[in-house]
Design a protein around this ligand. Structure first.
Ligand code: HEM
Length: 554
């Protein structure tokens, strides 16, 4: 039976059930349109009127705390040594990448392993290596959508699969470079190119609000295998026994075959990288794999050991990019399409900002180059990206585990307690709870006293409004700048164990938003396919991602 921690509110009925809150969560999801674990938590927090609650979703009735307060979450993630990475996040990928650094506590082993991938999020690698290859892949999707928009001629179509493929392409391009022979978007492009005149004429006879179905194209075996594996992650989400589930899932013949294909693919790319390293003495870096090989050689030399380019750590860290980044980025981009279409004034302001930024291009049809996209300051673009991320929280929770007996908001909590911080909860997307300062930790109290306590104005906190991230420019009076410190944001977690890949995400979203808004007007879709409901699979995906595009002619 559940074992509550004294003093922290919980759902009384669940505390008398062997499965704790699990039946109530299932009931909430069955009866609430768009209901997820997160909406259950938000509802429970509201009814218990507390920023800290406990739920019973773990085996043996262990209490799991949920915190809906940014200042205290900030304190835990940034400063409190009594908390460390909890196994919850890593459990989602453990069966496929047991050697990924996500599973490690914050210690020397974690630090050493991170050295292997330390170069990949530097501005130099992102701008010179990842940026161009991402750009090349993303323009293929723009080409696909240009064809689709001409055929659909103002009618909506389902965009989720294209976005998902594009996100996967982007990550494999980042990992393996432009010479990687597989593509997820190109088969879709070929399928649309091969559409008969009659099937196009049929589409043109449809009503303007009717959904257009486009042929999908056949993914090759490598992408099918990667997709098979990334989709298994959703099966472990919210599962009280992830170890057992992984043991079952990874024994399935389909999954075993997919793992073999993935292993062969990474090994082949590593061999190509090692060959390139030998041929060019490490001077030509074309991908994350190349950079990691160069780093492994340098680390081995420094540590006085032989390099191991094919270690389990190398393989899992490489596949980790895809596992950690694919569904999350795809989800963020799907939400971006919805917000841009449903907030035309944001879209117009963004387009005007792009026109000002890329003035010399408006006379002809060329897209801004990758160099221009990266190097041009466009505060409203940064603000739009930040606001989309704030409102959507693709990973809706950030977890930590108490490594010692400690205190939280005035309550004693035992070692081993998992604390889940809500990414789109109170004080981030709804007004915060009124918490007596004396209940806060000492460091959090001093933030309040010294005015370092960042907070959003509760009025309009739930509204999508990129302007909240805009401030008057300090350098050039009359101008504006993007201020990432305007208010609380938890979308990538915080601190040493915050998201490793966030710079790549910002880069990818920047390229996608520029190319999309530059080339198309995103129009709203019929209400039935425009809801803001979500489903929490591997990440918090929108249930409906449809687009209706009007090509912009210049
Ligand atoms: C929109 C896309 C993404 C979102 C919303 C997201 C969000 C997050 C969050 C919330 C965490 C936990 C942070 C914490 O505990 O403080 C995390 C961790 C992590 N993310 Fe991301 N992520 C995204 C994309 C990516 C990408 C593209 C990569 C890799 C290329 C990546 C790699 C990782 C890794 C390796 C960790 C674990 C870091 C550690 O344990 O030290 N993520 N991410």
């Amino acid at each position: 039976m559940p074992k509550p921690i004294p003093g922290i509110p919980y759902n009384e009925t669940s505390s008398h059930k062997l499965l704790g809150d699990v039946p109530a969560i299932a009931d909430h999801m069955a009866k609430t349109e768009g209901g997820t674990f997160i909406t259950y938590i938000l509802k429970t927090m509201k009814s218990l009127d507390s920023p800290l609650i406990q739920v019973f979703i773990r085996p043996f009735g262990k209490s799991h705390l949920v915190l809906g307060d940014f200042p205290e979450a900030y304190d835990i993630l940034m400063r409190r040594r009594e908390f460390d990475r909890s196994p919850t996040l890593g459990d989602l990928v453990k069966g496929l990448t047991p050697n990924l650094h996500i599973h490690l506590k914050t210690n020397d082993t974690w630090k050493n392993q991170r050295r292997l991938i330390q170069d990949l999020m530097t501005p130099s690698f992102l701008h010179n290596v990842a940026g161009p290859v991402l750009y090349q892949n993303l323009t293929t999707m723009i080409e696909l959508w240009r064809m689709k928009s001409r055929i659909a001629d103002g009618r909506p179509w389902k965009a989720a699969d294209d976005v998902n493929q594009m996100a996967l392409n982007a990550l494999t391009a980042f990992s393996f470079g432009e010479e990687f022979e597989h593509s997820a978007t190109k088969p879709a492009l070929s399928a649309v190119q091969a559409m008969s005149e009659e099937s196009i004429a049929q589409i043109k006879r449809k009503g303007l609000d009717e959904i257009v179905d486009f042929p999908k194209g056949q993914e090759g075996p490598v992408f099918r295998a990667i997709r098979e594996l990334t989709e298994t992650v959703g099966k472990v989400q919210g599962n009280p026994a992830p170890g057992l589930t992984w043991a079952y899932v990874t024994r399935k013949p389909r999954v075993r075959k997919a793992i073999r294909i993935k292993e062969d693919c990474i090994e082949k790319e590593l061999k190509n990288g090692v060959r390139r390293l030998e041929e060019t003495s490490g001077r030509v870096i074309k991908s994350a794999v190349d950079q990691m090989i160069v780093r492994e050689r340098a680390l081995a030399k420094k540590d006085g050991r032989a390099p191991n380019f094919f270690s389990r750590v190398m393989i899992d860290e490489i596949f980790g990019f895809v596992l950690a980044g694919h569904e999350t980025t795809s989800t963020a981009l799907c939400w971006s399409l919805k917000y841009l279409a449903d907030y035309p004034s944001t879209q117009n302001t963004l387009r005007e900002a792009l026109h000002r930024a890329f003035q010399s291009l408006t006379a002809n049809r060329h897209n801004p180059s990758i160099h221009e996209i990266i190097s041009t300051s466009i505060p409203y673009l940064d603000a739009t990206i930040e606001e989309i991320l704030r409102c959507t929280g693709p990973i809706p929770v950030v977890d930590r585990i108490a490594t010692v007996d400690t205190e939280l908001l005035g309550h004693r909590i035992p070692k081993g307690t998992v604390v889940t911080c809500l990414v789109t909860g109170p004080s981030l997307m709804s007004p915060g709870f009124d918490i007596n300062t004396s209940r806060r930790s000492l460091t959090s109290q001093s933030d309040v006293k010294e005015g370092r306590h960042r907070a959003w104005d509760p009025t309009g906190i739930a509204q999508f409004n990129p302007d909240r991230w805009i401030a008057p420019s300090k350098g050039s009076p009359g101008d504006i700048e993007f201020d990432p410190t305007s208010g609380p944001q938890l979308v990538f977690g915080l601190g040493t164990r915050g998201c490793y890949g966030k710079r790549l995400v910002y880069l990818e979203m920047r390229i996608v938003l520029v190319l999309l808004v530059w080339n198309f007007e995103l129009l709203s879709c019929p209400p039935a396919v425009s809801t803001y409901h979500s489903k929490l699979i591997a990440s918090n995906e929108p249930t409906h991602t449809y687009v209706r595009l009007r090509e912009i002619s210049r």
